[in-house]
Design a protein around this ligand. Structure first.
Ligand code: X2W
Length: 282
């Protein structure tokens, strides 16, 4: 018999206890713009999410799309700057952010999941008032910080066997306001409100590096706080780990920062002993 088939059967058999552990679990996956890649990589990600759903997990995809927003702003000759990792967002910029995230990026992911035989529905923080925001910082303009989450719509979609795909755009408390929300922040807020079993932050680095430059595979919130304070965690990893700390405070069981460019990153994390990246849990 073909050796590959034997290996495939063994892999499936070994995954059984993990699949059993995650039956009914809520797993929020933050899919960053830098982790998205080409159509083939997008299809591989979609297949992982559809497989999760197939074995009884309730996945929620919360996506970013920073690089795609940058491309569109450039085409429209709109300058863009970042302050502490967040895009300064004026009226013209927030329109582009909403168009790109809820249109191009959201529908590309929905389509990829449908193409793999899953059922997906795309929505933003505006739909059913999923995520209501207040201004994060006056310096940033229309950048939102989630203050009220209404996640019932996500539970309704789980119950219907549908994978929600959420764009990080939200309403405010005043009528007609639109807010641009950092993708990690939105994923953390959604995971927190759902008290998710796992928040997987898919990015383009391997995980959190320790003082020796090696990836640390398991961290407690206290250790993360210490590493932020002493500068071991720096740059773009600061908002990610802060999102993780907040999500755990809100009741998420564990947050994993993983390299989304690795094939089957989500399956590796959930269904094998190997795991990947850095897991933060109490
Ligand atoms: C982000 C939203 C998209 C995002 C932005 O405008 O780029 C803020 O910075 P990635 O791909 O996950 O970086 N919002 C406030 O977070 O995309």
């Amino acid at each position: 018999m073909n050796r590959d088939w034997i290996a495939t059967a063994r892999t499936l058999s070994e995954a059984l206890p993990y699949m059993q552990r995650y039956t009914g679990a809520i797993v929020v996956v933050k899919f960053g713009g830098n982790a998205m890649g080409d159509d083939e990589e997008m299809a591989a990600f979609a297949r992982d999410v559809v497989l999760m759903r197939q074995v009884g997990v309730n996945p929620v995809v919360v996506h970013g799309g920073g690089p795609m927003i940058n491309d569109m702003l450039k085409r429209l000759n709109i300058q863009s700057t970042f302050v502490r990792g967040k895009r300064v967002t004026d009226k013209a910029t927030v329109e582009v952010v909403e168009m790109v995230l809820t249109g191009l990026v959201n529908k590309r992911i929905v389509q990829a999941i449908m193409d793999e035989g899953g059922r997906a529905v795309g929505l933003s923080g505006k739909d059913d008032d999923l995520m209501v925001c207040e201004p994060d910082d006056p310096e940033l303009g229309f950048v939102g910080r989630p203050i009220q989450m209404n996640v019932q719509v996500l539970r309704d979609l789980f119950n219907a066997g549908i994978i929600p795909v959420v764009a990080p755009v939200a309403t405010g408390t005043e009528v007609t306001e639109t807010y641009n929300v950092n993708g990690d922040t939105a994923a953390g807020a959604i995971a927190g409100a759902l008290k998710a079993d796992r928040l997987l932050l898919l990015t383009d680095v391997q995980g959190v590096k320790g003082p020796d430059g090696e990836i640390v595979t398991a961290l407690t919130p206290e250790e993360v706080r210490k590493m932020i304070a002493d500068g071991t965690i720096a740059g773009g990893m600061i908002p990610k780990t802060e999102t993780a700390l907040k999500a755990i405070e809100d009741g998420v069981r564990a947050v994993v920062i993983i390299d989304g460019r690795v094939r089957n990153a989500c399956l590796l994390e959930l269904f094998t002993e190997h795991g990947s990246g850095s897991m933060i849990r109490s």
